[in-house]
Design a protein around this ligand. Structure first.
Ligand SMILES: O=C(CO)[C@@H](O)[C@H](O)COP(=O)(O)O
Length: 215
């Protein structure tokens, strides 16, 4: 059964606490941080991460879609992040950034855009807690799943089996009941879902369904 991380990008920020409470049967809360430079959208900063932290006991999975992430790692840890994921495309010294995140006592993840080859992260797979494969171009919720990323999930799974069996293999973008199944069949164990969950009236049931169809 896959773990589920609802993305609060699709929540209603007027009632963020309620919308986080509505998915309390999930495994993580996924927080999309965007800077308007690395991606063409501006979203959440440490203030909202702090508010989310006070709204749930679930771990916060913070996805930094920002340039120069080293500058902000400390702020997001202080705000309550439990996992910090940076983009390989945004890091000149990826290994150093991973060490920096871990030095704050939180888990470290690395994300890849849909076109980025898995080889770009192969040599850090044993150092990270999570690899996040983007299955849409990062920046917005509600986009369609890019099928061409599926073989990349299998590639990460293969490396993980060799050097890091505990690795979280997370998929993000366009996840619904159909694509969730495909991702898990290819080796993913953690699914981010935003619009699919938040567009439904019963969000707990939506989380439950994603879990049960990936058993
Ligand atoms: O990081 C992102 C988008 O850049 C995602 O986390 C989206 O928020 C997922 O939304 P859906 O595709 O599930 O609606």
């Amino acid at each position: 059964m896959a773990m589920i991380a609802p993305s609060i990008l699709s929540a209603d920020f007027k009632q963020l606490g309620n919308d986080i409470e509505a998915v309390s049967n999930a495994d993580y809360i996924h927080v999309d941080v965007m800077d308007g430079k690395f991606v063409p959208n501006i979203t959440i900063g440490p203030l909202i991460v702090d508010a989310a932290k006070r709204s749930t006991s679930l771990p916060l999975d913070v996805h930094l879609m920002i340039e120069d992430p080293d500058r902000y790692v400390g702020d997001f840890v202080k705000a309550g992040a439990d996992i910090i994921t940076v983009h390989v495309e945004a890091c000149t010294h990826l290994h150093r950034t991973i060490q920096l995140i871990k030095s704050h006592g939180v888990k470290a993840g690395v994300a890849l855009n849909p076109h980025t080859p898995v080889a770009m992260v192969q040599h850090v797979i044993e150092d990270v807690d999570l690899v996040l494969l983007m299955t849409v171009n990062p920046g917005f919720g509600g986009q369609s799943f890019i099928q061409a990323v599926l073989p990349k999930i299998a590639e990460v799974r293969k490396f993980a089996n060799e050097v890091n069996e505990e690795l979280l293999i997370e998929v993000d973008g366009g996840v619904n009941e159909e694509t969730a199944k495909q991702c898990v069949e290819h080796g993913a164990n953690l699914l981010v879902a935003g619009s699919h969950i938040y567009k439904q009236n019963d969000r707990k049931q939506a989380v439950e369904r994603l879990k049960s169809i990936t058993e």
